[in-house]
Design a binder for this molecule. Structure first.
Ligand code: F6R
Length: 272
């Protein structure tokens, strides 16, 4: 695991978007794993801007989202399909047939979960998985006690998650208590993981995930087992990390990240 702390949420978001854009430029047929939630809205806004103003091309890209609420149809404003269409898919040149989320209204949810795993396999696996972290310690909707080897399945949401997400459900719509989620094992199989955490609400749980023991009680701590996982945090979310300075040094001295730290100029140099 590597950790990079940015001074504020905007620069953390900018960096994450730039890493994703770089991966897409390097491999146009990239298989991207996507997340939803408040933190990611700014990342998608940035990716949309990169598409609009710098021609970032999504036409060959395939995507798999982490999760979907059980019982919410694609046209429900709280469904994650609706969120993705609104924040990214409708704004860039991606073919909707190349975008995947589990179907929370499937008659046989277990069969739908197996099908989802099969679709990921058929796409050759996920190249780069974007992740947030919930106050419960979840990644995707893998709540405390999720097995490290778990696969896509139906999960009951933890009380902390209901508290975190219920405010998004307006006009008397009640929040589903179950969701379909890629498993922790499914996430660990992704070739690269990129976790973004911003804001003081995430400080304590991020410290437990990064520096605490690997435990099913903090599903995000399983990312310590991943060989290629970058955590990007703003100062507020990183405020409880004890080893912050060591992580900075390691990151800035790693040649792999030099291209990201020194981005190419956005305007082309004047012709001579
Ligand atoms: C949702 C997901 C979740 C969120 C997490 C943080 O697809 O993957 O793990 O990333 O709940 O959500 P926000 O950003 O709303 O705090």
């Amino acid at each position: 695991m590597q950790v990079l702390v940015q001074p504020d949420a905007d620069s953390a978001v900018e960096l994450v978007a730039r890493i994703m854009a770089g991966a897409l430029r390097d491999r146009p047929r990239l298989v991207l794993g996507l997340a939803t939630g408040s933190t990611m809205e700014a990342v998608y806004a940035r990716l949309c801007a990169l598409h609009r103003y710098e021609g970032l091309d999504f036409s060959a890209c395939r995507t798999f989202n982490l999760d979907e609420y059980v019982g919410l149809a694609a046209d429900h404003p709280n469904s994650y399909r609706y969120y993705m269409n609104r924040h990214l898919f409708r704004e860039v040149n991606i073919a909707l047939k190349n975008t995947h989320l589990p179907d929370g209204t499937a008659a046989d949810l277990e069969a739908e979960c197996r099908k989802y795993e099969g679709l990921i396999d058929a796409a050759g696996g996920i190249d780069l998985q974007l992740l947030g972290i919930g106050r419960s310690g979840h990644i995707g909707f893998n709540e405390p006690l999720s097995a490290i080897h778990s696969r896509t399945r139906v999960e009951w949401l933890a009380a902390a998650t209901v508290e975190q997400n219920a405010p998004h459900f307006k006009n008397g719509t009640s929040m589903p208590r179950q969701a379909m989620t890629m498993g922790v094992g499914t996430i660990l199989d992704c070739r690269r993981c990129l976790l973004l955490a911003t804001g003081p609400d995430k400080a304590e749980i991020l410290a437990r995930a990064v520096e605490g023991p690997i435990t099913a009680m903090v599903p995000a701590s399983a990312l310590q087992l991943h060989a290629d996982c970058l955590v990007v945090a703003d100062e507020a979310a990183a405020s409880r990390l004890k080893g912050k300075q060591d992580y900075e040094l390691a990151f800035h001295n790693d040649p792999k990240w030099q291209r990201i730290l020194r981005p190419a100029p956005t305007t082309s140099p004047a012709r001579r």
